[in-house]
Design a protein. Structure first.
Length: 233
């Protein structure tokens, strides 16, 4: 819920999901008008009755959206891509322009993906400081033994990193499958973790984010989050 009066840059970041620095650049370029007059000052306080246009379109101050999507393979977790469709194309066209993706999944990774138009909530979901758990079903190219998971449970150094990963919860399921729960989101982290112990991830599926699971959803389907689910983040 937005409490007025509110700084222009905070309002834009909240409703669009862009960062404050991106907002500042666009404001300098004249992307905002208030009551028909250009405004380049992010500190300007907006009143609830003000008419704010952002890049020529009215900023929507309606109830924020919080969605859980079951992303299939072949979709990217970005707004645009020259080769693949954005996962946003799986939701209703009437909602699409309002949403951004909170967190990322590789194009070949399937599973739970969160969509919202609430920038503050998106930050809480993705910030490492909040350490929200994410659980993955990992399918491996080569057989793996239970004892090989010990370095992942203890924290492991990844190539090019200065600090070891946080200890992960790693459950051996079979010779080629492991259920892994982490509280970080480093670049290609899971693939790099298994590479560090001499294996290769052939398929990756995110089963859960925090307490949210994909129960009741098929690949490509989505649903709105309840107020309790939103508050859990």
């Amino acid at each position: 819920m937005i409490k007025y009066p509110v700084r222009l840059d905070k309002l834009i970041a909240h409703l669009t999901g862009i960062t404050r620095s991106q907002c500042k650049q666009l404001l300098r370029a004249g992307a905002a008008t208030i009551n028909g007059e250009p405004c380049r000052d992010g500190a300007h306080h907006v009143k609830e009755q003000d008419s704010v246009l952002w890049q020529g379109e009215a900023l929507r101050s309606s109830s924020p959206l919080y969605l859980l999507l079951y992303k299939p393979a072949g979709y990217v977790s970005s707004t645009t891509d020259s080769e693949h469709l954005s996962a946003l194309h799986l939701v209703d066209a009437s909602l699409r322009s309002r949403l951004h993706i909170a967190g990322r999944l590789d194009v070949d990774t399937t599973g739970a993906l969160l969509l919202t138009d609430d920038g503050d909530w998106s930050h809480r979901v993705t910030s490492p400081r909040h350490q929200k758990s994410k659980t993955y079903l990992v399918t491996l190219a080569r057989p793996i033994r239970e004892e090989e998971l010990l370095p992942l449970r203890q924290g492991i150094m990844l190539h090019g990193e200065e600090n070891a990963t946080l200890p992960a919860e790693a459950v051996w399921l079979s010779d080629h499958q492991v259920r892994l729960t982490i509280c970080e989101g480093r670049y290609h982290q899971i693939k790099r973790m298994f590479a560090a112990i001499g294996n290769h991830v052939s398929a990756l599926h995110r089963e859960q984010v925090g307490s949210l699971t994909l129960e009741g959803l098929q690949a490509g389907q989505w649903r709105h989050l309840s107020a309790a689910e939103v508050a859990a983040f």
